[in-house]
Write a protein that binds this ligand. Sequence first.
Ligand SMILES: CC(C)(COP(=O)(O)OP(=O)(O)OC[C@H]1O[C@@H](n2cnc3c(N)ncnc32)[C@H](O)[C@@H]1OP(=O)(O)O)[C@@H](O)C(=O)NCCC(=O)NCCS
Length: 175
Amino acid sequence: MVDWVRLELDVEAFDDAAFERYPRRAREAGIDFATLADLGDTADHRRAVYELNKTCSADIPERGEFFSYEEYLAQRIEVPTFDPAGIVLAIRDEAWIGMSATSLRSPEVAFSEMTGVLAPYRGQGLSLALKVPAIRFVRAAGRRRLVAFHHPRNASAIAMNRRLGFVGQGGSAAD
Ligand SMILES: CC(C)(COP(=O)(O)OP(=O)(O)OC[C@H]1O[C@@H](n2cnc3c(N)ncnc32)[C@H](O)[C@@H]1OP(=O)(O)O)[C@@H](O)C(=O)NCCC(=O)NCCS
């Protein structure tokens, strides 16, 4: 059985200014950010979110076979916690190259469903750039805590969230 790493961010304490350089640098490099709500929560866009999520999820340790599109719709999109404003996309030359999906689970807690960046664009701070508007979405929705679960061998995802100030058990440095 996998001993999942549970990480949590105090959304009120998150220092936006300390991370603002990541979306700024991405924009300077020709990468734009938009939510699914901005672009339109259409059938074609839902399918594109699925494809991007599926591609990025292939690199999650022990992820196994990804949802079929029908399963993804049923479990991730056609659910009360789904909000297209919580799907942040990184776009370069009209191609979607990264995403961060957040759902609102309870009056207090939001959940980081998936953050992924296509392999050629990794290691440039793009995940941090995606998470800045994702965290703002959580704050604007009045949730104080953002929770994420990771496979213990998903070093990049754990490092990403610890870098943003998430704390919790497991990973490279248990708090
Ligand atoms: C996790 C993921 C989104 C990170 O995206 P990225 O854009 O390459 O990450 P960034 O460049 O923004 O790096 C963020 C921080 O994590 C660290 N990091 C990134 N990749 C790392 C790795 N392979 N090992 C250790 N640390 C890593 C970076 O050093 C950086 O911290 P720093 O600023 O202190 O140096 C990307 O690797 C990915 O899409 N993985 C597959 C999908 C996945 O596992 N998603 C998470 C599950 S929800």
